[in-house]
Write a protein that binds this ligand. Structure first.
Ligand code: HDL
Ligand code: ZN
Length: 426
């Protein structure tokens, strides 16, 4: 196949392949939708423009010395959006990935990315019904399933699940049990579990092991979770002599419960929380730190009956993590997470992964927090994945191998949907 034909076949395969988005912060409309107070499904232009990535970026242009953080947080969502639109999209060129993303979404929804004021755009979004709009966004983005992130330690979210057992039953959305505090703050997590009727003590005395297992089983089953997820700090280690309780939680509680249910543990490693960086920026205040790949190796080796999905936040970890992935079939490498979700880094990382892993990984997840972001996050990533695949197939041609359109279609399906669906099968 000539390069031009390869390009055509790859574009057709990549853009026509429905994607199962394995990690987002989007919610089914039944969780309530913005601007309804407490609505968890965020959507529309004001949410798009006040994405925490853009809040960090607008504070580079209008520093806290000019606009105190508390003043910004006291503004309405609309006022915040107008402030960001003015400074990042009108008075400056929206060159950053987070800015460009908003423009791609507007363009693909048939709206004008050159609007200097948000009011006209607001009128269009205001006419949308969140439930129907969710289906429309999935069609435009060609996403066949949205995987949620459901932090059970969040009181508002937990109350939703306790009030409405069917809250997670929207077939377009799949739940994921997110339990960061159990490794990030074991003592306070134990206190909460005990308050919820699962008697857990930081020193593992009493019936702690059984109670923690029961807690995990209760929520995994209630949510019909596809996997269990945690975001972990750069300092995460396994084993960790400095954190014997963490090791014991992993060994005696988490691993047996997940192995019995054939559910993966998704480890998202390297996020340094805002309290150590810039708490005043709230969600925008977190940072990245280099993590320890050998801890992932130790877990995959020591728990061969368990499945691990791993992504790391630091660019510096990507090559070593990719090599580690070559060593373990129970390890699924996924995504270009957060500060890596930029064209230059997605291309570098995806190229390296194809060269080391062939098609046995998941190149991307959207991490969308605002429903409409699915449109741009996948448009931008599809473009890069297609570019890398085209080059790789062309290189196969130079080696005398004639790839077929059928193979290209199959590979796109593996990378964008089937590798993940296969891995979580129980
Ligand atoms: O912990 C996570 O899942 C991260 O993705 C954070 O939510 C982060 O704030 C984010 O939205 N990254 O894209
Ligand atoms: Zn996330």
């Amino acid at each position: 196949m000539k390069r031009r034909e390869i390009e055509k076949q790859v574009a057709r395969a990549v853009w026509s392949q429905p994607i199962t988005d394995l990690h987002t912060h989007c919610y089914a409309p039944r969780f309530g939708a913005s601007p309804q107070p407490g609505g968890m499904l965020l959507w529309g232009i004001d949410e798009l423009v006040t994405y925490h990535y853009l809040i960090a970026e607008v504070y580079r242009v209008v520093p806290a010395s000019e606009l105190p953080y508390e003043t910004f947080w006291a503004m309405s969502k609309r006022e915040q959006a107008d402030h960001i639109w003015k400074h990042l999209f009108v008075e400056r060129t929206p060159l950053s990935e987070a800015c460009r993303g908003v423009l791609t979404t507007l363009q693909m929804l048939g709206l004008d990315p050159n609007e200097r004021k948000l009011d006209k755009l607001r009128k269009w979004f205001h006419k949308q019904d969140p439930d129907k709009y969710a289906t429309k966004v999935m069609q435009v983005a060609s996403v066949d399933s949205i995987t949620m992130t459901n932090p059970v330690f969040d009181d508002h979210e937990r109350a939703m699940w306790e009030r409405d057992a069917a809250v997670g039953d929207d077939p377009r959305f799949t739940a994921v049990l997110r339990i960061d505090p159990l490794l990030r703050d074991w003592p306070s997590a134990c206190a909460k579990l005990t308050a919820w009727g699962f008697e857990a003590r930081p020193d593992f005395s009493g019936d702690t092991t059984a109670q923690v297992r029961r807690f995990l089983e209760h929520w995994l089953d209630k949510m019909k979770a596809a996997y269990l997820a945690m975001s972990l700090p750069p300092e995460f280690r396994y084993p960790d002599p400095a954190n014997p309780a963490g090791d014991r939680f992993i060994r005696d509680c988490l691993m047996p419960v997940l192995a019995a249910r054939k559910l993966p543990w998704a480890m998202m490693i390297g996020s340094r929380m805002r309290d150590k960086v810039n708490p005043a920026l709230r969600d925008a205040g977190d940072m990245v730190g280099k993590s320890d790949v050998m801890s992932v190796v130790n877990l995959c080796r020591d728990f061969p009956a368990n499945k691990f999905m791993v992504t790391m936040l630091a660019r510096e970890n990507q090559h070593e993590l990719c090599v580690a992935t070559r060593k373990f079939g129970n390890l699924l490498l996924f995504g270009c997470w957060w500060f890596l979700n930029n064209p230059s880094l997605i291309e570098e990382i995806t190229r390296m992964r194809v060269e080391l892993l062939g098609t046995s990984f998941v190149p991307q997840h959207s991490d969308a927090r605002v429903l409409d972001q699915l449109v741009y996050k996948w448009e931008h990533s599809r473009r890069i994945i297609a570019k890398v695949l085209t080059d790789k197939y062309a290189e196969l041609g130079e080696s005398g191998y004639d790839v077929s359109a059928k193979q290209i279609k199959r590979d796109a399906a593996l990378l964008l949907r089937d590798n993940y669906r296969e891995f979580i099968k129980r």
